[in-house]
Design a protein around this ligand. Structure first.
Ligand SMILES: *Cc1c(COP(=O)(O)O)cnc(C)c1O
Length: 494
């Protein structure tokens, strides 16, 4: 069955999968969604490899890609960049199962999709007979930039330019980016904050004259952000894989429904779980875990989404978000795919900073449970899990583990539960060591990694070892007003 893609802001026009991936955002500003949800039998996939299951899921959605094209994308993405053949291993600790999504190049969950997106994109360009080189422009507050750099490095037909705020990322994050190899990678520090970086990139995307000049010289600008359908679909894979693997290991029985707890920011990861469920994977409650920026928790409680509040910097920075862009997809689905209703709510969000869904739409949210963990609860959870089981989790994972724990206590729901683990504890070593009651003041992040390794008896990931002594390759700094000129300069645009 051919699956086409339509915008959440206009249900009438549809495009193919490769067109949706190439476009990223629909022209009307909406997000692409499949026109139908294909079914999958997760039980029948028990014992199959990650790559095999990836193919089984993606072939159902990316129906204009050939078998050969998809298998080639999958083979290039999920290879020895990952430090385990399982790609997404399941670990049991203290009676809870953790799905580890941090075994890729940058030891965080964004690698799951960003290692395949470049290949899906270049294949899409070929299919659409677009000859231009794809130039990815990204502003980052740390994690996405590095994952995109690692994904696009040395991929033929692409180049990537990442802007980050000079004093707005952690030392490890900066080191990860400025040591990035690959002749097609460019990393630029800007004198400004993350908003300046993001606004600068938006301006470049909106600059028609620049785009035309770039096009003349063989370049096409594109983005790698989390609303691309080419990032959502690869994330469905690991939920199907989890079910199939738990079954083959005898940890659950056929047909048994399992809950998942997901540390959430932009709502991309948990939306993939929702799609896995809609496809027929026996998932029960989708537990949406927030940190102190609990916009989503409040939304699930009340039906009102309100971003007019203080932005709180937490120890789980990848979840510090007040506008979860992927939520628009759920809103559209809850409105029974009525794009006018969705457009109106998104207008209210933009103009007033809040919107309220109808009672009827609320019924579409019953698969979800919202919860949140305070900073104290997050730190306590890292310590509790370590003391009970010797397993070290990062701050983002701890938010989900805490919410999962609260949910079980409050409801007595005893369903088998998987906590989705989105980052290695070595990515947020300072906070993890603090939670474990260790001295961190004045210590270098790499020294702290050594200490964590000694203390917990776990191995420092290759990704951290590799950057420890790696040469700095990117030293460019620019004023926030000069981002456009910098891109022009890098591409040698006349
Ligand atoms: C991006 C990220 C999240 C949030 O995922 P969303 O898909 O944005 O909800 C959680 N944890 C880590 C470590 C991340 O990098």
């Amino acid at each position: 069955m051919e699956i086409r893609y339509k915008s959440t802001r206009n249900s009438k026009v549809t495009v193919t999968a490769s067109e949706a991936i190439l476009q990223g955002l629909a022209e009307d500003g909406g997000l692409f969604l499949p026109t139908a949800v294909p079914a999958i039998d997760a039980e029948a996939l028990a014992g199959r490899s990650y790559q095999e299951i990836a193919y089984e899921v993606m072939r159902l959605f990316f129906t204009d890609y050939t078998e050969e094209e998809l298998k080639s994308c999958i083979a290039k993405a999920y290879d020895d960049k990952f430090d385990t053949e399982e790609i997404a291993p399941l670990k049991e600790a203290g009676g809870i199962c953790y799905l580890e999504l941090f075994h890729g190049a940058t030891i965080a969950f964004k690698d799951m999709a960003l290692s395949i997106l470049p290949h899906l994109l270049t294949t899409a360009a070929k299919k659409q007979q677009k000859k231009e080189e794809i130039v990815i422009l990204t502003a980052t507050s740390g994690d996405t930039g590095k994952a995109a750099l690692a994904g696009f490095a040395d991929v033929p037909g692409t180049s990537i330019v990442v802007f980050y705020p000079k004093d707005g990322v952690s030392k490890i994050q900066e080191k990860q980016m400025v040591t990035q190899t690959g002749d097609n990678t460019n990393v630029i520090a800007i004198r400004g904050n993350f908003d300046d970086a993001q606004n600068g990139v938006k301006e470049i995307f909106g600059d028609k004259e620049l785009a035309a000049r770039a096009r003349e010289q063989g370049y096409r600008f594109s983005s790698a952000n989390s609303i691309n359908i080419g990032r959502l679909v690869p994330q469905i894979v690991y939920y199907v894989y989890t079910y199939a693997t738990l079954l083959s290991k005898g940890m659950i029985s056929a047909g048994e429904s399992i809950n998942v707890a997901v540390p959430t920011g932009n709502f991309g990861n948990i939306l993939a779980a929702y799609y896995a469920k809609k496809m027929g994977t026996p998932l029960g409650k989708l537990i949406c875990a927030s940190n102190d920026n609990k916009v989503l928790y409040d939304f699930f409680q009340t039906g009102t989404y309100d971003k007019n509040r203080e932005f709180i910097l937490t120890a789980s920075p990848s979840m510090d978000i007040l506008v979860s862009s992927n939520l628009e997809r759920l809103i559209y689905l809850c409105a029974e795919e009525n794009s006018e209703a969705n457009v109106e709510l998104m207008r209210q969000l933009k103009e007033q900073g809040h919107y309220t869904i109808t009672e009827q739409m609320k019924e579409g949210l019953t698969d979800f449970v919202g919860g949140y963990a305070t900073e104290q609860q997050t730190f306590d959870t890292i310590r509790r899990v370590y003391e009970q089981s010797g397993y070290v989790i990062d701050t983002h994972t701890a938010v989900a583990a805490s919410v999962c724990h609260q949910y079980k206590e409050e409801t007595g729901d005893n369903a088998f539960t998987v906590v989705v683990s989105t980052a290695s504890p070595y990515k947020f070593t300072r906070s993890v060591m603090k939670a474990l009651g260790q001295e961190t003041d004045g210590e270098d992040d790499f020294v702290l990694a050594d200490r964590l390794s000694e203390y917990s008896g776990t191995k420092i990931p290759k990704a951290v070892e590799e950057i420890r002594n790696a040469p700095v390759r990117h030293t460019r700094v620019c004023d926030k007003e000069k981002m456009r000129e910098t891109v022009s300069d890098i591409l040698n645009l006349r």
